[in-house]
Design a protein around this ligand. Sequence first.
Ligand code: NAI
Length: 315
Amino acid sequence: MSHQKIGIVGSGLIGRAWAMLFTSAGYRVQLYDILDIQIETALQELNKELHQLEQKGSLRGQLKAKEQFELISVTSKLEELVQNAVHIQECIPEKLELKQELYGKLDEILECGTIVASSTSTFMPSLYSKDLSKKQQMLVAHPLNPPYFIPLVEIVPAPWTSAEAVERTYDLMVSIGQRPVKLKREIQGFATNRIQYAILNEVWRLVGSGIMTVNDVDTVLSQGLGLRYALLGSLETAHLNAPGGVKDYFQRFGGEISAVSATYGPTPNTLKEEETLDDIAQQCEKIVPLDKLSARRATRDAFLTELAKLKKQFE
Ligand code: NAI
C-alpha cells in the first residue's frame, strides 16, 4: 500500500471521485480548489460518501472509511499542493482558458518528478501544454463518470509527453484498481467519445428519420448489444461470432458491413436539427422526467456496483 502524495486540483464531482479512488489504495490525497466553500463541501461529501459506501459493502480497498478519510487533506495554496506530490490530477471545469491559465501556473512551480494528468473529456493535451517548459510531464488521464464504478481511464499523451510519464500514470491507475488504456498519440474525442459519438449519430438518424422510437432504439443497446459489450469488446465479440474467429467474421460479413455503412449518409448536425432534438427530448422526458433524473442516476450507480462485482468474477 502506497503512502505517496497525490494532489487534486478542483474538488467538484470528478475531483472527489479521484480522491476516493486514490485513498482506497492508501495514497495520501491533498485537495485544492479556488473556492474555499467548495473544499469544505467536498470534505463533508467525501466523509459522508465513504461511510455510505462502507455501509453498503461497496467501499473499495482494504482500509476502513474512517482511515481513508484521514488520508485526505486540503489546501488553498497551489504551491503547497505541488510539494512532494508524485502525481497531480487536474479536475477543473471544461474551459480551455481556465486550463491554460492553471497549467501556466503549475509549470512554474512543478517539481521535476511530478506528473500532471488532466481529467478533461474533450481537450487534447497539446492544447494546454504546448508552450510550457515542463510539458513532457503533462498528459490526459480521462475517467468515465462515475469513476468509482467505471474502471476505464484513457491515457492520452501530447506529442512531447515522455514515455516515462505515460508508463507511470498507467502503473498508478492499475495500482488504484482502475483499467487504463493507452493511446499512442492524441486524437480528438480520444477513443471513448469517438465510439460513443458514432453510436449517437446512428441512433439520432434512426429516430430522426422516424424509423424507431427513443425507447426502442435505446432497447437495442440496453437489451441487446450493450449486454454483450458489458462483458466483451466489439472485436472479441466478432471473434466469438464466427466459427473461424475474427478473420472468418470479417471475411463473411465484411461485404455487408461496407454495404450498410454506405447507407449512413452525412453526419447529423445535432445542433441544427431542432425538430429531431425536440422529439428526442419529449420522448426521453416521458421515460425519465427531469425531476427524476438524480433518482435514476442513483439507481444506475447502485446497479453498476453490482455489475462491476459480477464482471470481476467473469474476468
Ligand atoms: P465541477 O464543476 O463539478 O468541479 C470543478 C471544480 O473546479 C469546482 O469545485 C471549481 O470550484 C473548481 N475550480 C474552478 N477553477 C479552478 C481553478 N482555476 N483552480 C482550482 N479549482 C478550480 O466539474 P467536474 O464535473 O468535476 O469536471 C472536472 C473535469 O473532469 C472537467 O475537465 C471534465 O471535463 C472532466 N470530466 C467530467 C466528467 C463528468 O461526468 N462530470 C466525466 C469525465 C471527465
